[in-house]
Design a protein around this ligand. Sequence first.
Ligand code: NAD
Length: 266
Amino acid sequence: MALRVAVTGASGRMGEAVARAVSAEAETELACLVARRGSRLVGTGAASIVGEENCSINVSEVLDLEAVDVVIDFTLPESSLVNARACAKAGVPIVIGTTGFSDAEQSDLESILSAVARCQAANFSTGVNLAYRLLSLAAQVMGSDSDIEIHEAHHKYKIDAPSGTALAMGRAVASALGQSLSDVAQYDRAAEREAREPGSIGFSVTRAGDIVGEHTVLFVSDGERLEITHKAGSRDAFANGALRAAKFIADKPAGAYTMSDVLGLS
Ligand code: NAD
């Protein structure tokens, strides 16, 4: 039997990409597609969103978990907390891609979900999660002899900077060097007229057009330069990773699983 997946945020960019990914795979079935209460999509056929004529369900405003094996949620923190409560009550595993939780919301989320399998990641792309491991290795081998800089580029609507992924890459590098990112990160050079601080990790940011997400970490020493770059070409990169995570946690015991677990990198 196909894995029955519920997807939230039907009118969102990620919700749509995830619903399409679930629908396109033979081994998964879109069992419930949820839009925000009052959305014009509620009650309309999900087929028009996922582009699969054989999808017979309508978009719902309720996360009905009666016939669902796993939930994938990319919405907003407030909505994710509501969805997490529903999953905890029904004992259904959940993949959470929503970002921007405050510390208090994150702690609520963790306690709400303590009794179910869950996977939360700020970036579900397979390549980025593999890149964390490659960066850690590069930092161990080249880090102490290199100047390390991180550049990221995103679409013009993104409001936070540097991206959560750039910061996570920074943490992977800093931690491999036995440091804390907050001690070595350099976010703004405009205010100072000084040479580069040895051991610092510099960040630079581009916001332009429709760039989905690009990250490059440079390790530059005298005479050579290593660049580790990831480019997301579309939101499918995140949707496919989230779906992979959903398949992984669907039959797992309660616990917090990471993308490293999903990809077999742990
Ligand atoms: P979006 O603004 O296009 O979509 C957000 C969706 O959430 C909309 O469908 C909206 O109707 C729904 N929503 C908001 N409040 C709701 C509520 N109270 N109840 C029900 N639904 C509600 O945003 P997006 O680009 O799809 O991104 C969604 C989230 O996913 C953001 O937090 C974003 O940062 C994150 N994201 C994560 C990854 C990752 O790999 N983890 C990748 C891309 C985006």
